[in-house]
Design a protein around this ligand. Structure first.
Ligand SMILES: [Zn+2]
Ligand SMILES: [Zn+2]
Length: 251
């Protein structure tokens, strides 16, 4: 429970990146130095793919990110498909029709492909909240697979917005132009603002697959500095929740 809202982590998948984009960690986080890696596991990166279910006191149900999706996912070339989200939701007693709001942190294929199934919205009773900058930026398979089937249900926002009382979307550009995180109380669901613990050791560490690595780093440094203490709910760490005990090192 955070600020009166129940938060349930869901694990859509676990696995390494597929061969098409797999590289040594030092190439994926190219400006991370030995001090940044100190104490971290530098063996092959096994990614978790977390989504988060929120339930507020009035029973409204929010899903943050939709995972990899099915065997036809645009992520099929690199992610461990199919995603397990539907089974994860069923395991906590939630059916697709129960979801009132879906917040997509960004339009990468491992976060948004599960928004649709069989060419139709996977959560037909929901509005789907997305930043305009990502809707404008997305192309190819994500338009075909996600945006087009969702057209009637899209709720496009520009910048920060309160999605439901106590649940805030915050525009955090860089990883993608319209990347957003979700904040409730002292918990931030980060999407890909932070991908790996090395970016908490040093928020200036960039990620090879950022759309704009410099902007992503600037956003991450500023956001974490302002947040100070609290908890992160990350997409790709091994554990869904990470406490921010001390201000992260910068530089
Ligand atoms: Zn991403
Ligand atoms: Zn991701």
């Amino acid at each position: 429970m955070v600020a009166g809202i129940e938060v349930i982590p869901l694990c859509d998948a676990v696995g390494p990146m597929g061969p098409s984009i797999r590289r040594p960690l030092q190439e994926i986080f190219p400006n991370a130095g030995p001090a940044d890696w100190a104490g971290l596991n530098t063996a092959e990166w096994i990614l978790h793919f977390h989504c988060y279910l929120l339930r507020d006191h009035s029973g409204r149900t929010v899903l943050v990110d939709t995972g990899i999706g099915g065997v036809d996912s645009p992520a099929a070339s690199w992610a461990p498909v199919p995603g397990m989200l539907a089974a994860e939701l069923a395991a906590v007693g939630v059916s697709p029709n129960d979801i009132d709001v879906v917040i997509l942190t960004h339009l990468h294929s491992d976060h948004a492909s599960g928004a649709t199934t069989g060419g139709a919205p996977a959560f037909p009773s929901a509005r789907y909240v997305l930043q305009r900058a990502d809707a404008d930026w997305a192309g190819g398979a994500m338009v075909e697979h996600v945006l087009r089937p969702l057209r009637e249900l899209l709720h496009i926002i520009d910048g920060d917005a309160e999605i439901l009382p106590g649940i805030q979307a915050i525009h955090t550009p860089g990883h993608t132009p319209g990347h957003q995180v979700v904040r409730l109380g002292d918990l931030v669901l980060t999407g890909d603002l932070v991908l790996h613990p090395v970016q908490l050791a040093n928020p200036a560490v960039t990620y090879r697959y950022d759309d704009d690595p410099d902007q992503a780093a600037a956003t991450r440094i500023a956001f974490l500095a302002e947040l100070g203490q609290g908890f992160l709910g990350t997409a790709h760490f091994a554990e869904p929740f990470t406490p921010l005990a001390t201000p992260p090192r910068q530089g």
